[in-house]
Design a protein around this ligand. Structure first.
Ligand SMILES: Cc1cc2nc3c(=O)[nH]c(=O)nc-3n(C[C@H](O)[C@H](O)[C@H](O)COP(=O)(O)OP(=O)(O)OC[C@H]3O[C@@H](n4cnc5c(N)ncnc54)[C@H](O)[C@@H]3O)c2cc1C
Length: 438
């Protein structure tokens, strides 16, 4: 404890991954500084996971709060790395390590000519669209503005794209019901499903004049990653998860009345008067994992299009990238290539929009990081997954571990206090979180 208290680790981002990283480190006696860009530290639990997941959201909020309330965690809200503090400046504080748990907030660009010119003019990306859906009816909302209409198009195929089509259907149906004088809450509509709710009011989807939106996917229903097979799956297990994926899609279509068009890849945009009016899709052929784009095209007009083709980490000045992602030496530890003491954890590394994956990655990476700090007898302890070579490497790093002097530690915590004052954060965390959630 006495040796470990001479380490200070800065963690950027406070949600699933960031809170788990600080929980692991603080439990081992290490002081943590958690820098979060928003007033609330819940990340995609609040702004990604659609708001009908009421129970799951509250559970995850509670878990995050419990972790951040640890007395060794110094929380700094309303502070964005790359805007309020540059990454190089943060590294320059001289912390023992910096851990990036900042998630994947950049939508993978729809790489079609002119796409960027029509963003907000007929084209929405998944992340701001979901943020809007989750928050637009809050008092004083100032975030992105989006709209919905019947017969929208969603381009996607992952788990999140099913949520996007659901959001569109729930919004259009609740608006149509409102025009008939029936007030239905979107969360209740999601729980009961559209056909059941309409039947209760002796209405039909067609009777409301609706046709529904369509999800376009370049593969087949069975190829959707809706049901993950277990690790090292047998061919039977793979086949089973393919069948389950198709089944889950069908269940969602029955409950929310959207349409699905497989084997279509967006080929170009239909733009009229500077506004997106539809998408030209090419037919595709799928063989195994390979998708072949064919020369047969279909023009589909739509009032709005939502692109839901994946989220990637936002670049941060001073941070090396490899293609769309941060350049990590090893995806398990999240160590940034060539940068001693700089790590990335969670969605920023996993490429998987999944709470458990972020949690597991942060826990394993923080344990590796922790091992590299341990001194004396503990240095010889290895992780269950570590081989002899890795253990020797850990021991070597431990010998040169970034322990801080008392003076340095005090200096860092003074900087933290200044940032907290700037962010009007007085703590303790529990009181602050209670006020934020009131
Ligand atoms: C539509 C949708 C539906 C989903 N549904 C499910 C589901 O059903 N089940 C499931 O398991 N998962 C689901 N997910 C995914 C899941 O919510 C995320 O994968 C997970 O919560 C990510 O956790 P994280 O901590 O890695 O990242 P994030 O939650 O993104 O956390 C990153 C944190 O870092 C902060 N941050 C970012 N940049 C900076 C910066 N520069 N400076 C300071 N702070 C910063 C952010 O504000 C945020 O608090 C869904 C996601 C979406 C979009």
């Amino acid at each position: 404890m006495s040796t470990r208290s001479s380490y200070v680790v800065a963690v950027v981002g406070g949600a699933v991954a960031g809170s788990e990283a600080v929980a692991q480190l603080a439990a081992a006696g290490i002081t943590c500084v958690l820098i979060e860009q928003n007033p609330r530290p819940y990340g995609k639990i609040e702004d990604g996971l659609p708001r009908w997941h009421v129970k799951l959201r509250n559970q995850e909020y509670g878990k995050i709060d419990d972790k951040l309330a640890h007395p060794l965690v110094h929380f700094v809200p309303n502070t964005k790395v790359g805007r309020d503090v540059e990454l190089d400046e943060l590294i320059g504080w001289g912390c023992s390590a910096v851990v990036l748990a900042n998630g994947a907030w950049r939508d993978r660009p729809l790489s079609l000519q002119g796409a960027e010119d029509v963003v907000g003019r007929g084209l929405y990306y998944q992340n701001p669209f979901t943020y809007w859906f989750n928050h637009y009816d809050e008092a004083g909302y100032e975030g992105p503005q989006c709209d919905v209409a019947d017969e929208m198009i969603v381009v996607g195929g992952g788990l999140a794209s099913i949520d996007i089509v659901k959001m569109l259907q729930l919004e259009t149906v609740s608006r149509a019901l409102k025009s008939k004088g029936v007030d239905v809450n979107v969360v209740d509509l999601e729980h009961a499903g559209i056909p059941k709710t309409l039947a209760k009011h002796e209405l039909t989807f067609e009777g409301l004049g609706l046709k529904g939106c369509t999800l376009f996917y370049r593969r087949n229903a069975e190829d959707m990653p809706l049901a993950d097979p277990p690790e090292n799956p047998t061919p039977e297990q793979i086949e089973k998860s393919r069948t389950v994926s198709a089944k889950l899609l069908k269940i969602a279509m029955t409950k929310y009345l959207f349409r699905f068009q497989p084997l279509r890849a967006p080929s170009s945009l239909i733009v009229e008067d500077g506004r997106l009016a539809g998408v030209r899709f090419a037919e595709t052929r799928v063989e195994g994992r390979k998708v072949e784009v064919l020369d047969t095209f279909h023009d589909v007009r739509a009032p709005f299009v939502v692109s839901s083709i994946g989220s990637i980490p936002l670049p941060i000045a001073g941070l090396p990238m490899k293609g769309e992602t941060y350049d990590v030496e090893d995806s398990v530890t999240g160590k940034i290539r060539g940068r001693e003491g700089l790590y990335a954890v969670g969605n920023a590394v996993t490429g998987k929009g999944n709470i458990n994956e972020s949690y597991k990655h942060a826990r394993v990476a923080a344990t590796h990081l922790l091992e590299s700090y341990l001194v004396g007898d503990e240095a010889s302890r290895t992780l269950p997954s570590a081989g002899a070579a890795e253990a020797a490497e850990i021991a070597k790093r431990v010998a040169a571990g970034p322990r801080l002097t008392d003076e340095k530690r005090v200096e860092i915590l003074e900087r933290v206090k200044k940032l907290q004052a700037r962010a009007a954060y007085e703590g303790p965390y529990r009181d602050y979180a209670a006020k934020q959630r009131a």
